[in-house]
Design a protein around this ligand. Structure first.
Ligand code: ZN
Length: 649
């Protein structure tokens, strides 16, 4: 999925110049195939109907046949693929009823928080229930009179022990609604009936059921001329058709550019990959990867924020390889009943974040300056984040169940204890890519880049595939990622140093000399200027209140200033605006001492703050400072940032 903005992980949203190609042929292709397994196993049949969509609930009927004699144990998921925190979907389920297919009533007993048991059946059970949902994103269920946006774990009761059975899903639109279905589920001859080869694939298959705008294009596989997957772009939105066309063209450009990293597409199980997008005022900002589809959602119209929407699409499409097929062992097989903690999200999400941004540049969709600012933001977060003292990038990955859309009612100290694995991992991907390129340029290593590393992971763990659709038979462990780097570079010492220091340790990569190779100057933003720490304040008439814990090790922290304190004055000058604070601090030099008057629980006190040097950085292209690039810098930059497509400039 995409990282959500947090105080430690705010990526700059620049005013990216969006360039678009004007060459695409729309080919709408209905391609399907039958599930590869389950021919001899009875299917579980679901029917979704929407008698009162305006009231935001869905009616579900599930039919089980050929059941073993023991009680049928129905489960509701509490984890959703790609979302790393626990989500108790059972809370929205009501009116659970059961009967045999002969019509004999059965009494489901609620034997757990997300579990109903049905005893006394005759080998057949029809379960009916309603489920409420009003959140449009990549995890939950949303129903209203314009659509049903279904993430399956939030909607489906399923039978424990029956996970290998194929499933059939039939959609019944509300009366008079000409709704269609966008999904990665396998199509059938009936446009409203779909199948899944097993429960895992079914739960991984989001659905948009509405009168969405429907676009498709095809892209031939670069390695196999006989393979041309279809890409469907299904957009439920309130924006203009012109914006939709620009969006679709840009997505095609992203797809064409991204496949060049790996050299080939995966074998999409139905021959098709689907972008399901909801850009609606009622939607929440989110993006979620799945095996052969993604869900993209935002309350902002495509007319308003195209480049941001493309950033999400780019990130999620990289997941087609990295996570969906090059998959950490910690996430495979995915356990739908509990959280799936993972050590490897710095690679699974972080490297994906890096490529999400890099491919937008290679595809000509975002300017070089905006791309460098984006990378700078990640670097700064890692360099200045106090949490790096306490935890490694691997440790941060393990915190996902607490930070990925998780909720807590007690106060937390994430600004000090957490750096997003999206951002740290992006900085690691960037640093590793530049290190590999610099070593190659110096003749200190083979001519390989991060693209080659991703390709090697693809060849070892992704491409082999397996017989069961949706499952990954050869997931990787952290040690495999280390070994792949050693094999790629032929230099186990280099690989060990990278993993020991930067991934599993607490060191930060030295980016400035690496950026210089590409002709970018990475330097202090305000050399020598004073700094009190990256604290969060709320300004009011009384002063500047610290609304989050003071950053560990910052001048504020060392002076004893803490959350809830109100800084009233610095050297007797009042502080009622951010401008006044900047003036009081930024005009002074590192090492100078400030007298701070503050209120704690209403009582005025004073303390001395010794200013540190402002650690924030800036990145500027060398040629913009009047210093022309050397041929080596020009080459380095082009190899790194330019399109891989033969016909691109
Ligand atoms: Zn992601």
């Amino acid at each position: 999925m995409m990282s959500r903005p947090s105080t430690t992980a705010i990526l700059r949203t620049g005013t990216a110049g969006v360039l678009l190609v004007a060459c695409a042929a729309w080919v709408i292709q209905a391609r399907g195939s039958q599930p590869a397994s389950g021919a001899d196993t009875p299917s579980v049949s679901y029917e979704f109907s929407f008698p009162e969509p305006e009231h935001r609930w869905m009616q579900v009927a599930v039919t089980f046949t050929e059941l073993p004699s023991e009680p049928l144990s129905l489960r509701m998921s509490s984890a959703s693929p790609g979302r790393y925190a626990r989500h108790d979907f059972a809370k929205n389920v009501f009116e659970v009823q059961a009967a045999t297919l002969a019509g004999n009533g059965l009494e489901p007993s609620r034997s757990g928080v997300a579990r109903w048991d049905v005893d006394g059946h005759d080998g057949t059970v029809e379960v009916t229930y309603r489920v409420y949902g009003d959140r449009v994103d990549g995890t939950y269920l949303a129903i209203d009179d314009t659509h049903a946006h279904v993430n399956m774990p939030a909607a489906l009761l399923w039978g424990a022990g029956l996970e290998a059975r194929p499933a059939t899903v039939r959609f019944v639109p509300p009366s008079g609604k000409p709704w269609r279905v966008a999904t990665q589920l396998y199509p059938s001859s009936d446009p409203l009936t779909f199948t899944a080869p097993n429960l895992s694939y079914l739960l991984d298959s989001p659905v948009e059921f509405s009168a969405f705008a429907d676009r498709s294009f095809t892209v031939p596989d670069p390695a196999d001329a006989s393979y041309t997957p279809t890409f469907r772009v299904a957009v439920h939105h309130t924006g203009s058709t012109a914006a939709l066309e620009r969006y679709t063209l840009a997505i095609e450009r992203i797809v064409r550019e991204m496949v060049m990293v790996f050299g080939e597409f995966p074998r999409f199980e139905t021959g098709r990959y689907t972008f399901i997008a909801d850009y609606l005022p009622s939607a929440s900002t989110d993006a979620m990867e799945h095996r052969n589809s993604t869900v993209l959602s935002s309350p902002t119209s495509l007319d308003g924020q195209l480049e941001r929407a493309l950033g999400s699409a780019s990130h999620e499409f990289f997941h087609v390889w990295n996570v969906e097929r090059i998959r950490p062992r910690s996430l495979e097989p995915f356990d739908f009943e509990r959280v799936n903690p993972s050590d490897e999200l710095w690679l699974a999400e972080g490297f994906t974040n890096y490529y999400g941004a890099l491919i937008l540049h290679r595809a000509g969709l975002v300017s070089t300056a905006d791309t460098m600012d984006r990378f700078l933001s990640a670097i700064e977060t890692v360099l200045t984040g106090p949490a790096r003292t306490f935890r490694s990038a691997v440790d941060m990955s393990r915190l996902a169940p607490f930070t990925d859309a998780a909720t807590a009612i007690d106060r937390t100290n994430w600004d000090n204890l957490f750096i997003s694995y999206y951002v740290w991992g992006e900085a690691l991907g960037l640093g590793l890519d530049l290190q590999l390129r610099a070593r190659a340029a110096d003749g200190d290593g083979p001519a390989v880049t991060l693209d080659d590393y991703m390709r090697l992971l693809w060849e070892r763990f992704g491409r082999p595939g397996g017989d069961i659709p949706g499952l990954v038979p050869q997931p990787y462990a952290q040690a495999d990622a280390r070994m792949a780097l050693a094999d790629l570079t032929g230099d186990p010492t280099f690989a060990d140093e990278f993993f020991d220091r930067f991934v599993e340790g607490h060191d930060a990569i030295d980016y400035a000399p690496l950026f210089a190779r590409a002709g970018f100057d990475l330097a202090p933003r305000t050399p020598g200027a004073g700094w009190i720490g990256a604290a969060q304040f709320r300004f009011g008439r009384e002063g500047a209140q610290l609304v989050a814990p003071a950053p560990f090790g910052s001048p504020l922290y060392d002076a004893g200033l803490a959350q809830d304190d109100v800084l009233v004055a610095i050297d007797d000058r009042p502080l009622s605006s951010a401008g006044q604070l900047d003036q009081a601090v930024g005009t002074r030099q590192a090492g100078e001492r400030l007298r701070v008057t503050y209120a704690r629980r209403g009582e005025l006190q004073t303390t001395q703050v010794t200013l540190a040097a402002d650690p924030r950085l800036t990145v500027v292209a060398q040629e913009r400072q009047g210093e022309p690039l050397t041929p080596a810098q020009r080459q380095f930059r082009a190899d790194w940032l330019d399109s891989r497509l033969p016909h691109m400039p």
